[in-house]
Design a protein around this ligand. Structure first.
Ligand code: ZN
Length: 279
């Protein structure tokens, strides 16, 4: 049974809003790197994505890390994954399960620091980057050094069918509380996680299938950045369309994209409980 859920950020960078949301007015909001920690009565604390470890954005190499910082990416050590767990009262060794939406480097930097855990990843999302050379992988958004040593710690699940075909996806803990739902396009095997509390409330962590809530709720188009990062843009747009239809049918579900401006602001001062949200 899912008991609690918190959202936290591991860093942020100010970006012109129109490069994320096409046609938006020119403002410079903070774009966060978000992750979530859940607590399951049987499986204990579990993590969804692991954006940055102690090295921060230098997981992509010290030069590119310096470039990202030069471009305004803010990172502090206490924002990295292990201190975040500790701020929530957990030891890293207590984390047995880490659920990955996808393996782009802004989601994987903390994986190495939790190498004892089981990583749950869609099969194609794991196999595709490992079929590339490190250089080509990086160009595709993957830092192989973050995860390739964990071959024996990954628990691959077959890619779920896309949301519109199979809204139930893969039942990861066997009790319906955590479901991996197919949201392909941003990356080859990208999934979202739909979490259900025992009182029926739901939170849908959609990863990078939408960069912010307004892509879904206000039907705003993807800006230049999410378009250029897409592995398959047509498929990413199809996924976004099905998320909008899904939201129309389930307006009470709380949607959390990994880089949402507003959610980032809400957890700027530290991890924010999602299980206490009203409505
Ligand atoms: Zn991302």
């Amino acid at each position: 049974m899912l008991e609690q859920l918190w959202l936290f950020h591991c860093g942020w960078i100010r970006v012109p809003r129109p490069i994320i949301v096409a046609g938006a007015p020119m403002t410079f909001p903070r774009l966060p790197m978000l992750a979530a920690l859940g607590y399951h009565s049987e499986h204990g604390p579990f993590l969804i994505d692991a954006p940055f470890g102690h090295e921060g954005p230098s997981n992509v190499g010290s030069m590119m890390g310096a470039l990202l910082r030069g471009a305004g990416l803010k990172f502090e050590d206490e924002w990295s994954v292990v201190p975040r767990l500790e701020q929530l009262g957990f030891r890293p060794s207590e984390i047995n399960h880490i659920l990955m939406t996808h393996l782009h480097y802004d989601h994987t930097g903390g994986m190495k620091e939790l190498g004892h855990a089981h990583f749950h990843i869609a099969r194609s999302e794991w196999e595709f980057p490992l079929s590339l050379t490190p250089f080509t992988a990086l160009r595709e958004g993957y830092q192989l050094d973050d995860f390739r040593a964990m071959r024996n710690r990954v628990e691959l699940f077959d890619d779920p069918a896309p949301l519109e075909e199979d809204p139930d996806g893969v039942d990861l803990f066997g009790d319906g509380s955590v479901r991996a739902v197919g949201l392909p396009g941003h990356s080859i095997g990208h999934v979202g996680y739909r979490l259900t509390f025992d009182d029926g409330r739901r939170v849908f962590l959609v990863g990078d299938a939408a960069f912010c809530v307004e892509h879904i709720i206000e039907r705003r188009r993807l800006g230049r950045m999410p378009r250029s990062f897409a592995y398959n843009l047509a498929q990413a747009e199809e996924t976004l369309r099905s998320l909008r239809l899904y939201h129309d049918e389930h307006p009470d579900e709380v949607i959390v994209p990994s880089h949402d401006f507003e959610w980032g602001e809400r957890c700027l001062d530290g991890p924010t409980p999602l299980h206490r949200l009203e409505g």
